[in-house]
Design a protein around this ligand. Structure first.
Ligand SMILES: Cc1cc2nc3c(=O)[nH]c(=O)nc-3n(C[C@H](O)[C@H](O)[C@H](O)COP(=O)(O)OP(=O)(O)OC[C@H]3O[C@@H](n4cnc5c(N)ncnc54)[C@H](O)[C@@H]3O)c2cc1C
Length: 272
């Protein structure tokens, strides 16, 4: 149908498309409902990790035993998406196709180096998450293509994670947020992934901070130094916050997410 109809929009959970249609921001000639395609509504455990069908709902992923066990950062981070009614309808595919700069899914997927599976009538292609955002709310999807699924590689059993974001009210889109994965070898961090949301059009990884942490024993000073690397990201300037404010928040969010990950590894109780 995508190949057949001009000016067609896919309807997934409708939690972004319907408000945009109500406001007349988008006025498609055709709406193609993909809610009744069971093949793209499943969560599959693979040898490497998890494959999410595009129609997997936020809450379905959050509550999946496989996701909780193998990619706990994703399950935890999804608690920050909107409100329960929206999490029951909204989908991973809709979130990453809509690509709000502050959406949690893209940041959680960036920390996991996800691969997006895109399909058109005659072809399939895989897009690494690093190449997913082509600009403000512009995903790497061509006319006639749809996202069918997203694969993530799980980190080793026993890895730790943290997620922190600042939103004006609970359930609002974040001004900025950070998702962190840490793997430890004894007292040392042997692998780190840090992804920011809300500061650029797509999720941003912080490779300098990640390599600073690698093979080091954690300390408050080390976590602070790593978090300060977030200040190199220039930050979005909009009606909700200035770029300078988002930059400052990004640093604080990375530090909090790193602290959570270390505390979780040490079996310490987590602050709410
Ligand atoms: C009040 C409110 C608060 C919210 N707060 C948050 C929040 O804090 N964090 C957050 O992340 N999100 C938030 N959202 C958005 C919510 O997460 C949506 O579920 C999500 O952005 C879109 O998913 P959807 O499945 O509803 O997609 P839809 O609304 O159905 O579609 C969104 C867009 O993606 C396209 N699309 C959908 N599926 C595909 C596909 N498989 N392939 C190609 N294109 C596709 C559609 O054509 C459309 O352009 C909020 C929404 C509301 C209404």
């Amino acid at each position: 149908m995508l190949a057949e109809f001009e000016d067609a929009k896919i309807l997934a959970g409708g939690q972004s498309l319907m408000p945009m249609m109500n406001f007349r921001y988008v006025m498609p000639e055709h709406v193609i409902d993909i809610n009744r395609i069971p093949e793209i509504a499943q969560i599959e455990e693979t040898g490497e990790g998890i494959k999410f069908g595009a129609m997997v709902r936020h809450n379905q992923a959050k509550n999946s035993k496989g996701v909780v066990a193998r990619c706990p950062l994703i399950s935890h981070g999804l608690e920050f998406v909107a409100h329960i009614q929206i999490r029951n309808r909204g989908t991973i595919g809709g979130s990453v196709a809509h690509l709000d700069p502050s959406a949690e899914w893209p940041g959680l997927l960036a920390a996991h180096d996800a691969v997006m599976h895109v399909q058109s009538k005659g072809a399939n292609r895989d897009v690494p998450i690093a190449e997913w955002s082509l600009g403000y709310m512009t995903p790497n999807i061509e006319e006639g293509e749809m996202l069918t699924g997203v694969s993530v590689t799980a980190w080793p059993a026993g890895h730790s994670y943290g997620f922190a974001e600042l939103a004006r009210r609970k359930g609002d889109f974040a001004l900025a947020g950070a998702a962190v994965l840490l793997n430890f070898a004894g007292d040392k961090i042997d692998r780190a992934a840090i992804a920011l949301i809300g500061v650029d059009t797509g999720p941003v990884r912080l490779p300098d901070a990640e390599s600073l942490l690698k093979d080091e024993c954690w300390s408050d000073a080390l976590l602070e130094e790593a978090a300060n690397k977030a200040s190199v990201v220039s930050g979005l300037d909009d009606v909700h916050a200035t770029a300078a404010y988002r930059q400052k928040i990004a640093v604080v969010m990375v530090r909090r997410a790193l602290e959570q990950a270390v505390a979780r590894y040490n079996g310490e109780a987590m602050a709410a």
